[in-house]
Design a protein around this ligand. Structure first.
Ligand code: T1G
Length: 688
């Protein structure tokens, strides 16, 4: 065994040279790894005793891609294309041995090997699109040559990780080898290739199947809404179209489009979000040595929409759930909804019927809180009322076993106050799921004053276990997400009161990249949440709409009018209500520009985010962005509110806030932190 460098070893097993990478955490193609590959292949090819070469990785995975942390920095180390050329032109068969996730540049390295073997648990993919990029090391030209244009379109624009068995069926992997015996299997395969004199096939020499103009036209049309606002999907499609050209010409297209994306703001934002989501796991005062508590059984109180969705997260992770309701019919309904959700997923082919039964087998229902006595974690998802929550936690305090984690799913109530209704505030935490709870990736983890470190650490780890992006937030009204949302809502309402129409505000925010605007969102959720007929006094546009039974999509009308397919269109009824309100309040409606709508809805969010940081209710600006990208549909290619503020320049943000403060009062008063950073010519990214 010869060490080529600190991350690369070269050993000979008989006449098979084995190049082993070991560069934690994911064997990313750092400068050292590229150097090691270059020197390793050079030595193996030059060694006459070597008849074939295996490339394999130690640790958790085969190469998981280029080293994203190197992007934008100074270019160092061997050029990846040079490494790939050496592999592809090797006179000796090169076999890539894949385990874990061969992704991006990792798969692109494997694609220049003559053969690929993998263990069944391995997955392969080209997920660059999720970073606002495209495969920049020949993947856009080689993948279609193996799997055809249609499958390449799906893989590259979704970034999907394809399991080894499917990859084998697609010809991406030549052979599956026994789980846990990758090294032996790959060496045996390499010997077989030599013994049977298999050809040194190069992917670049193959033709692309199915690359018809209709395929691309249909694909673009079918995905227009999903790709709206993004550059990378379209650029990936263009590269696949170019794969019908001679290989080297297609590579020129790939290079040109890759560099355009790499140097553009969208990829910078999406790479920022990639690291932001991972940084959120790091809690400064909680090290890896903090004891994690067991979570082998979960109790959920409330089988409504939230309770059911929350339960599904744990069932999906194989954790048994006991769900408690007050009445049998509510319990039965809740359990039925969970089953129905799984059956719908199975009907779409995304879950087997066996898996449905397996999940449902982990679910039990009960009418007695006492049945949660042995649960490691109990999450209440009852009505959003402090008295009710206090009552529930008082009961749980008497029922739950010592050491159980008691979590509230409240979306804004004071977790410390809830904790004070128990004798174990150190065990109380907020786990704020977002509806639909089994779909939305964000989990706001609300740390109370007395919440213990093991409970915080366990909750952060649990987020990852159930496939959520956990962000630790502090106790304040609305925590991080809803607190900033209310800033946006206040301005959306104010703009309508001054002359904008709801559909103007929605259009501006939709065009900014949100999936829908605040008024369309209200119609979807229902205008009557928290509204009561008895107390309604026609004091707001929303109240008047509810009083007219225009409660949103569910009644066929709200701010918008809806046809039978729930297609929305601006409503003259709503327009008249708004005009009457303006007349009654003596306001002269005025034309309001799109720019003003955007600034008045977005900049107060940036300002509120700065206040949250000042108050220590979020650990870092990128946590605030992680909340908004994963919980509220902030377009990932704009990085999040704080990243967006930085992209405008905080001096500009402060100047515009002051402009609106002069016109509309102290709601727009810039926070001290914002003023400070702006005065220092800094951004949120400079905060440590
Ligand atoms: N570069 C640098 N660091 C990376 C990395 C990468 N590609 N992938 C992961 N990490 C770090 C991550 O920041 C974290 O660090 C640790 O590894 C564990 O990650 C030329 C241009 C591989 C499926 O997009 O999808 O190749 O927080 O927490 O949940 O065409 O990481 O511990 O300090 O996510 O088990 C293409 C990105 C790059 C794959 C593992 N490749 N990575 O998931 O662990 S662009 C990707 C992932 C490219 C070429 C183009 C996941 C994972 P820390 P983790 P995980």
């Amino acid at each position: 065994m010869a060490a080529i460098n600190s991350v690369t070893d070269l050993s000979n097993e008989g006449d098979v040279a084995v190049i082993t990478l070991n560069s934690p955490p994911v064997n990313a193609l750092s400068a050292g790894v590229r150097d090691g590959l270059y020197e390793g292949f050079k030595a193996a090819i030059a060694d006459d005793s070597v008849k074939s070469i295996v490339l394999i990785c130690d640790g958790r995975t085969f190469i998981a891609g280029a080293d994203i942390s190197e992007f934008g920095g100074e270019r160092k180390g061997a050029d990846l294309p040079a490494v790939q050329d050496m592999m592809e032109n090797s006179p000796k068969p090169v076999v890539a041995a894949i385990h874990g996730t061969a992704l991006g540049g990792g798969l692109e390295v494997a694609l220049v090997a003559h053969y690929r073997v993998a263990v069944p648990s391995a997955k392969v993919g080209l997920p660059e699109v999720n970073l606002g990029l495209l495969p920049g090391a020949g993947g856009t030209q080689r993948l279609p040559r193996i799997v055809g244009a249609a499958k390449a379109l799906d893989m590259m624009t979704s970034g999907a990780h394809v399991p080894a068995k499917a990859a084998n069926a697609m010809g991406l992997v030549d052979e599956l080898v026994e789980e846990g015996k990758l090294r032996e299997g790959a060496i045996a395969f390499a010997k077989k290739v030599v013994a049977e004199n298999w050809p040194l096939k190069k992917v670049r020499d193959r033709e692309v199947a199915g690359a018809t103009p209709e395929l691309f036209a249909d694909f673009r049309k079918a995905n227009a809404r999903k790709f709206r606002g993004f550059l990378a999907p379209e650029y990936n499609i263009r590269c696949i179209e170019a794969s019908t050209l001679p290989f080297d010409e297609g590579m020129k297209v790939e290079r040109k489009l890759f560099m355009e994306l790499m140097t553009g703001p969208q990829s910078a934002a999406q790479r920022y979000v990639f690291f932001a989501e991972r940084a959120a796991n790091k809690i400064p005062d909680i090290g890896d040595d903090v004891e994690l508590l067991p979570v082998k059984s979960v109790g959920v109180i409330g089988a409504g929409t939230m309770g059911g969705g929350i339960s599904m997260n744990f069932l999906n992770a194989g954790i048994p759930v006991k769900i408690v309701e007050m009445k049998q019919d509510a319990l039965d309904r809740g359990l039925g909804v969970i089953r129905k959700n799984y059956e719908n997923t199975a009907a779409k082919g995304r879950l087997t019927l066996e898996a449905v039964e397996q999940r449902m087998g982990l679910l039990t229902g009960s009418l007695a809180l006492e049945d949660l006595a042995d649960c490691d974690l109990i999450i209440e998802a009852v009505f959003e009322n402090m008295d009710i929550k206090k009552e529930v936690f008082g009961k749980l305090d008497a029922i739950a076993k010592p050491g159980a984690i008691l979590a509230t799913n409240t979306s804004y109530l004071n977790v410390d106050e809830i904790a004070a209704s128990t004798s174990r505030p150190e065990s109380v935490i907020g786990l704020h799921f977002f509806s639909p709870a089994n779909v939305m990736r964000l989990l706001e983890i609300v740390r109370g004053d007395k919440t213990s470190k093991p409970v915080v650490a366990t909750s952060m780890k649990l987020a990852k276990t159930i496939g959520k992006v956990g962000v630790l937030v502090g106790v304040c009204n609305g925590f991080v997400g809803n607190r900033m949302l209310s800033s946006r809502q206040i301005q959306a309402q104010a703009l309508v009161a001054e002359g904008a129409m709801p559909w103007d505000v929605d259009r501006v925010l939709y065009d900014f990249g949100f999936p829908m605007g605040p008024f369309a969102m209200s119609d979807l959720a229902g205008l009557d949440i928290g509204w009561s007929k008895e107390k309604s006094s026609s004091s707001t546009i929303r109240e008047v709409l509810c009083e007219m039974d225009r409660r949103g999509q569910k009644t066929g009308a709200g701010y918008y009018d809806y046809d039978e397919k729930r297609n929305a269109k601006p409503s003259p009824v709503t327009e008249q209500i708004i005009k009457d309100f303006a007349a009654n309040s003596g306001v002269n409606p005025r034309e309001i520009s799109d720019e003003e709508i955007l600034e008045r809805t977005i900049l107060p969010m940036v300002n509120e985010g700065a206040k949250i940081l000042e108050e220590g209710k979020a650990l870092r600006a990128s946590d605030v962005d992680t909340v908004w990208v994963n919980g509220y549909g902030w377009p990932v290619y704009r990085g999040g509110p704080m990243h967006y503020g930085d992209s405008l320049g905080l001096a500009k943000v402060v100047e515009r806030l002051k402009h609106y403060q002069d016109k509309h009062g102290d709601f727009f008063k810039p926070s001290a932190l914002l003023e400070k950073l702006a005065a220092e010519g800094k951004g949120f990214k400079d905060l440590k």
